[in-house]
Design a protein around this ligand. Structure first.
Ligand SMILES: Nc1nc2c(ncn2[C@@H]2O[C@H](COP(=O)(O)OP(=O)(O)OP(=O)(O)O)[C@@H](O)[C@H]2O)c(=O)[nH]1
Ligand SMILES: [Mg+2]
Length: 214
């Protein structure tokens, strides 16, 4: 008898060794608190509520490694997660969230900026955009900055479970086309922390980035 029920996503995760024991390391509100060593880092950035913390959890196959929330602005500091002795994932506060006081927003932006501009550990930026409305003005600023800084950037079009396949594929192509006008080194993939679209691919990517950098 053929098995009619497909396996649930990630009941049998294919985790590279790198992702076997992810651990929360620290949350930093100031650059002085960033870890002082030369482990490589892959940072997750994007608008508030786009799914950065959920993506980290899905990739690391842990439900509550990074805190997620329906309320935008949940991640209020830069959170560092250790991946063994080699690497870290970094969860950045979201940008573009209107409801926080300007003074707080300016402080976050300054901290995010300092991280991105000065962190020599950073090897790849993972830039998340909601697949239903990608390339907002702030996203474009990030993309432009990444291209100018020659920082390898993986764009993840998140919440892909909200769109039909055809529309997903068309959006990936449209975003790729826009990014190719800017230059730089961009990859574009659909992603969903809900149905695990793109999760295994990202695990393999992480492994490859870390291996080629260490
Ligand atoms: N449908 C769907 N919802 C998602 C997905 N990823 C995240 N969400 C939901 O989106 C909301 C925000 O997710 P978070 O992971 O906390 O987003 P974030 O980007 O870390 O948000 P901030 O820390 O506030 O910047 C939560 O309600 C999640 O459950 C996804 O792939 N699909
Ligand atoms: Mg978050």
């Amino acid at each position: 008898m053929p098995n009619a029920t497909p396996p649930k996503p990630d009941t049998e995760p294919t985790l590279p060794a790198l992702l076997r024991q992810p651990e929360f390391l620290l949350g930093a509100a100031e650059p002085e608190q960033f870890p002082k060593d030369d482990k490589v880092e892959i940072a997750f950035a994007g608008r508030s509520n786009v799914g950065k913390s959920s993506a980290i959890n899905a990739i690391a196959n842990r439900r509550k490694l990074a805190r997620t929330s329906k309320t935008p602005g949940r991640t209020q500091q830069i959170n560092f997660f250790s991946l063994g002795e080699q690497a870290r994932l970094v969860d950045l506060p979201g940008y573009g969230f209107a409801q926080v006081p300007l003074s707080v927003k300016e402080k976050w932006q300054a901290t995010i900026h300092q991280y991105l501009a000065e962190r020599t550990n950073l090897i790849v930026l993972v830039l998340l955009m909601d697949i239903r409305h990608p390339l907002s003005d702030l996203d474009r600023q990030m993309v432009q900055w990444a291209a100018d800084s020659e920082l390898s950037t993986q764009v993840l079009l998140t919440k892909a479970d909200k769109l039909k396949r055809g529309k997903t594929a068309a959006t990936v192509l449209a975003v790729e086309r826009e990014l190719s006008k800017i230059g730089g080194n961009f990859g574009v993939e659909p992603f969903s922390a809900s149905d695990y679209t793109g999760v295994r691919e990202m695990r393999a990517q992480l492994d490859a980035w870390v291996n080629s950098a260490t």
